[in-house]
Design a protein around this ligand. Sequence first.
Ligand code: NAD
Length: 349
Amino acid sequence: MKLFTHHEFDNHEQVVFCHDKASGLKAIIAIHNTHRGPALGGCRMYPYASEAEALNDVLRLSRGMTYKSAIANLPLGGGKSVIIGDPRRDKTQALMRAMGLAVERLGGRYIVAEDSGTHVADMQLIGEVTNHVSGIAEKCDAEGNCRSGDPSPMTARGTFVGIQAAVRHRLGREDLHGLRVAIQGVGNVGHHLAKHLHDAGAQIWVSDINREAVQHMVNELGAVAVANEEIYDQDVDVFAPCAMGAILNDETIPRLRARIVAGAANNQLAEKRHGSILTEKGILYAPDYVINAGGVIDVCYERNATDPQQIVRQVDAIGETLSEIFNRAEQQHRPTDELADQLAEERFA
Ligand code: NAD
């Protein structure tokens, strides 16, 4: 297995392989870049088919966090961790505490938060052995409305604001009344996004491999249920991917009828060239790590005891960042994802 010559290595500062015999922990922590501050990024637990697959994932995700935090103007670098194992079968309290100790040994260069396969309760266990953890504190606004450390509602809010910016830019309209949006995946982020869109008067189409989640949206919001494979073909204005990555590819892009792709899923472009293909097709793409930065903004400021209203203002600023990217991309006849990368690189270089 290659490391320094790995195709995803991209000048990582530090890659740590963590093992604890007693709990069975096998994890990798990758720190891509700390120029702007400590590397904050989620801990993903997944039954990777091989160690090589886990390494590939952590390197790719940690690099993405550097770009995401830089473009959101956060005082953070980029990092990520993965635990090799099935969260439903292999996760134990001892394992999570062992992960916490591995984080603690890095002395604050890496700050851990939840990701797929881990939750607030896991971060609380990690918090028993290290302070370098986020996404655990309850947050309350001035009216006394409180929510858990889960960053998903803020990710959804940022995605909603990003859709507004994209609609303004591409469709020239301010309000979302009657806007047609197809959401792929109505889990933590997708279902909050659906509610924002519904409240703004949009019509919603949803797909999810979890039938119950779809039915919930049909009952609660009057959404139209769509079979999984048919979500790309819907006659809508916006396609919002909120499930998995690599869904913008040679097979799906020709099927899209939406003029805007704007959703929360990470790593939506199967390959870099798909950003150019979307531009050539006249589809406005909101770069994933820009539009889905609401969650990292939330966990970043949780550590500084920042006023919740300030967090909301910073999440809402995602709309302005996207507008700047859309305008620059149009002026320079370049894909939006390229512009986003350039802007982020200027900020963490
Ligand atoms: P989640 O697991 O709660 O929800 C994902 C949903 O997608 C689930 O309901 C799942 O059943 C569904 N799904 C999986 N495969 C599917 C498929 N092939 N077709 C249709 N639906 C499918 O995850 P989440 O926290 O809502 O995150 C969604 C996406 O947003 C992920 O890509 C995640 O990396 C990204 N993201 C999340 C956050 C956050 O704060 N949670 C922040 C940034 C990015």
